[in-house]
Design a protein around this ligand. Sequence first.
Ligand SMILES: [Zn+2]
Length: 485
Amino acid sequence: MKFRFFIALIIAKLSIPALKITGHNATDFPGKLALKICPMFLKYVAKPKKIIAVTGTNGKTSTANLTIDMLKRFGVETLNNSRGSNINSGISSALLNGVNIFNREKYETAVLEMDERSAARLFPYVKPDYMIVTNLSRDSIMRNAHPEYIRWLLEKYVPETTKLVLNADDLMSCYMLPNNERVYFGIEKLPTDTVKCYNLINDLQICPKCDHKLKYEYRRYSNVGRAHCTNCDFGSPAYDYSAANVDYENMKFTYRGPDFETELPIIDDRFVNLYNETALVTLLLQLGYSMDEIKDKLGTVEVVKTRFNHEVVGSMKVYNVLGKGLNAFAESRVYETIVAQPGDKELIMFINDLGLAAHWSENISWIYDTDFETLNVDSIKKIVVVGDRGLDYQLRMLFAGIPEEKLVHVMKMEDAIKQVDIVPNMNYYVLYGADPGSFALGNKQAKALAAMLREKTQAPAPAAPAKEEAPEVPAEPTDGEEARS
Ligand SMILES: [Zn+2]
């Protein structure tokens, strides 16, 4: 078996320069090849001494990237899979890069984004010392079934020795693996929290211990908030570390530990990223960095004050927004963020999951889990939907009570941007799905819209090109089974 492993190692390593010479950018290919030659490749490949894993339904990529960036600021170069996928082929590729041809490890520390659904293929061989679980929420039904199934998978395969960094506000994941050492992070009660659930997804209503009704003290969205059982001792755990006094005006918050509190900058004003930042700080404390050092290094991270990439055209703005097609929970957060922004808005939706459509049948059930109702507000003046699937979106939005006169459907992609009204101070949002086909299309259409507005209004070109804040680029084309989320 070892012989087979070394053959796999050498051939997969040789494929890297071969891919470069032929101009291919297939980051997962060497890992795929290694696994094909030696299915136990992940078992035998040498691994860094310290492995930090990031998993969960939403926020994995952002949290893993933040962790890699912060560790770099501490002088730690990490082995990571930020350029490849988060399934076994991407992780095999990353580990392959981390060893020489004698299988000697070159890195001390790995930060691996690990797909929660791939637990059975990853955790028996890659055993994290620390693992952040961002949250577990409803994802693509075809791929992930129910979040309780994903929790069962993680509970079955994550080693007992892994120290967990868990989100105390997420009742779906916070009580998993009770025998593992753990710390809890969360965001303390916010003025916008409610008791009633206003979201279509409301997955944890019954006590997982005794099946009695749960009582929510408050909710942020869906099952995120704090609750306790009306019959037994089950309830949200106490925070070890928490964010409080969240102040987006001044981009700062209070970070509280068991015996201290300090003020930290909010490094990205998308609310979901405050969870990611809180998780990151909590992890860094577990790794032994001092609060002062962490605060110091966080202060050097450039604060992202624009929620989405955008281009300014005179008094108008064109936003380029990566939606999360197939993931109703994440897509609903995107709508909340858009609606919370000031000003009138027109939306063009390209969330048609074109890449997936090429591989298998699209499943549109998720649009009935998504809070399109959020978009039924006065500030949204028009919504343009595109293609065959556009009619499904249109129907869904009619169910959400959005007036018919606000909805426009066109068949051809290139006709969509022509449907917008050119109005001073208008904010245009071009939304597209996370699969690579939609991703390229959305970017292109946002640029085309800005160019069209500029031409029609004779608006001057921007003094400096709009900053290209790297959005989370999805992993390379995979079959639908293996999409990164
Ligand atoms: Zn109970």
